[in-house]
Design a protein around this ligand. Structure first.
Ligand code: NAD
Length: 348
């Protein structure tokens, strides 16, 4: 079988090249399928193990298949004829999920392992892996004022148990498939992506969606209180979905980023308490706060150092948190109204 050599990089993707996106029934994969469709690509295959009616987005003109790509045969079928493969599939969720279900998170290793091998065997030109800031050394994130994480901070390795280690070893697969086998791979470490068309209830949702939902429910029920996980002093940065998909597109098509993990996140740091205040302002309510110190809360502080992405791409995520949260809040408000009206809403 013929494979692409390292000298063949710089390939210009054609509008009718086969693009394959896994995890496309989920938040980021679904938005990525829409992004490529809107850019004019005509052959997009979207895959997810969820049944089709449960996908957040099904874009017209995109081939949508329900299959579990952690199975080798399915992974082979998934990438047939693929020029570019984007692996956004993982068994994951917010802290409430990844702290409780480490085995499930680790088992996502099967997805990337089968998919990258199938992509290489199929002669795909490029392969994208969605890694995470959870791959970073947790010792560097013990203070809410911890310095922002730069790419070299993943080693010496002390990743988030379960989920973070799966990401780190899958990154290494990507690096070695390039080094040994010449498959062009690209790796982004996402920092808390948020926005419409993602999980907002059910246990897998992340802080921005959870806070919006809690504030909306408090307002709707008249019980003007909110429970915050931990002491609310933990800090994070949150990256809006439009910046994320645009970043994936740029990272995948930059030769300087072959087999080189890069942060894809905002550097606008905020404490969870202040995020709650922001959503209260958007909603026009003020809630009584209670704190659950025993709830999953993750590391004390985490921010994205964007020096590298700025240098290589001359770009970084730019949507202000307030703008992105207003859009997210409006979408979740509509979802809550639909749920109340007995309409079907999808959760994970
Ligand atoms: P998501 O849960 O909304 O989407 C993931 C999708 O993968 C789900 O729809 C799920 O059904 C699907 N999936 C899981 N196992 C599968 C399998 N075996 N075969 C086929 N499909 C399968 O999550 P998301 O937020 O869209 O995340 C996408 C990727 O980005 C994941 O790899 C995730 O780890 C990574 N990531 C996300 C964030 C974030 O803040 N959302 C942060 C860091 C990394």
């Amino acid at each position: 079988m013929e494979h692409i050599s390292k000298q063949d990089t710089g390939y210009q993707t054609r509008w009718d090249d086969q693009i394959v996106i896994t995890g496309a029934g989920g938040f980021i994969g679904g938005s990525l399928a829409r992004h490529f469709h809107d850019r004019g690509f005509t052959r997009i295959r979207a895959l997810d193990r969820k049944p089709l009616p449960e996908w957040y987005q099904r874009v017209e003109g995109v081939e949508c298949l329900s299959m579990d790509v952690s199975e080798k045969e399915n992974a082979i079928r998934a990438v047939e004829g693929a020029v570019e493969v984007y692996n956004l599939a993982a068994d994951m969720g917010g802290m409430g999920f990844i702290e409780r279900f480490r085995v499930e998170c680790l088992r996502s290793i099967l997805i990337n392992t089968h998919l990258i091998d199938a992509a290489w065997r199929a002669g795909a030109r490029r392969y994208f892996f969605s890694s995470s800031a959870c791959a970073y050394n947790t010792d560097l994130q013990k203070d809410p004022r911890s310095r922002a994480l730069k790419e070299s901070d993943a080693y010496p390795a002390m990743a988030e148990r379960g989920y973070g280690w799966e990401k780190l070893i899958s990154e290494m697969f990507c690096q070695e498939y390039w080094a040994e086998r010449g498959l062009e791979t690209h790796i982004a470490r996402f920092h808390n992506i948020y926005g419409p068309n993602g999980t907002w209830f059910g246990g897998r949702e992340k802080a921005p969606a959870a806070v919006c939902r809690k504030v909306i429910e408090a307002r709707d029920t008249g019980d003007l209180s909110i429970e915050i996980w931990g002491d609310g002093a933990q800090t994070r940065s949150f990256c809006y979905i439009d910046d994320c998909v645009s970043g994936i597109d740029r990272i995948m098509h930059t030769d300087a980023l072959i087999a080189t993990p890069v942060n894809l996140g905002s550097c606008e740091l905020i404490a969870i308490n202040d995020l709650v205040t922001m959503v209260e302002e958007i909603a026009g309510v003020k809630l009584k706060r209670t704190y659950d110190p025993g709830a999953p809360k993750g590391v004390a502080g985490r921010n994205s150092d964007n020096t590298f992405i700025r240098k290589v791409l001359g770009w970084e995520p730019q949507t202000p948190l307030r703008t992105g949260m207003e859009r997210t809040y409006a979408w979740i408000e509509r979802q809550c109204a639909d749920r109340k009206a007995g309409k079907r809403v999808v959760q994970d």
